[in-house]
Write a protein of this length. Sequence first.
Length: 388
Amino acid sequence: RTQCCFCLLLQVTMRGKGKSSLGRNKDGTKKSRDDLRIKTLSKSLDSLSKSKNSLDSSNDSSLDELEREKEESLRPLTSGVMDTGMDESGDFKRQVSPESLKDPKVQALSQQLKEWINDVLTDVHIVVKNLCEDLSDGQVLSSLIEQLADAKIEHQEVAQSVASQKAKLSETLAQINYHLQIGEDAIKWNVDNIHNKYLVSVLHLLVSLARHYGIQRRLPSDVKITVIQINKATQQTDTIVEQITGDEERETYNFAARAQERDVFDTLFDSAPDKLNAVKGSLLAFANKQLQKINRGCANMEEDFSDGVNLVIMMSLAENYYVPLYSFSMQPEAYDQKLHNVTLALNLMQEAGIPRPKCTAESIVSKDLKSTLRVLYAIYSKYKHLAK
């Protein structure tokens, strides 16, 4: 293009040779048309050069667009003004407090989860910039579980209406819940919360996925979010605290890989169900012999260990130490209290040198029989001499 314009200007210059002069120089002499044409040619070439530089700059900008998006995605989730959504299910409205948005632990957790998602989705060229916003329509979540679980979710590519977005999100969450294999009591997210961009539910969901599929980085420990809760009927305002992560330093999360390793209880459930009651009876007898020392007992394996109290007491009795009452709840009612108790019991087991059973604290709280058997058997294997 530059050469064509140059030739055109050159032809105009040559055709004008020999004609009369125009204008005057500063010294009063007449200015020739050749001088004017040379000046015009120089200006034209300068203009073309600037235009070319501008075009090159535009091309460079296009080539770097994806890289800039990735860099922008590394900004903290809570930078600037962010809509963290609201939970309007039930009798209350819940929203994250402004103080929690500034909490360095909340920001660090959000950033690590965002980086993890972007690593997982690199091959499908998806870049997440804002967790709450980008996950709300189900598109990113469906791609995420497809990559993690090697699954396929049939749905239309782009959902425009709210109804179609929620339909996609419902199917995606159903797949996620299936692959996580956790009980309904342990699920702290739903279609409305995720679609409404409620930060607490989004973080609970992503932390569960990251733990299950073995995130290759250590998540921040003891992340809590203060939530403002408003009673819809009375408009009374209260604050509650949501526990997002526990003691991550003590936990070893890669349940997807560990789930492929079969143990004696997989064999028991699959090949010898007739012996299941005998095993349950033996472990219950062992547990009761320990708990009877403080006038406690258990009859239902799934129910009586799901709140973690008996597990904590058994560990304190076996190791001959006192667990302060302020460190756990003796009469837990809320799910978070039960989860805290069970997590404490698993930590006490690890401190005592007991290999961590193939289970999660969430599965115990959800009354999963196989997980409960694994925990009790691990304790029995360490302290069976106490039953003699």
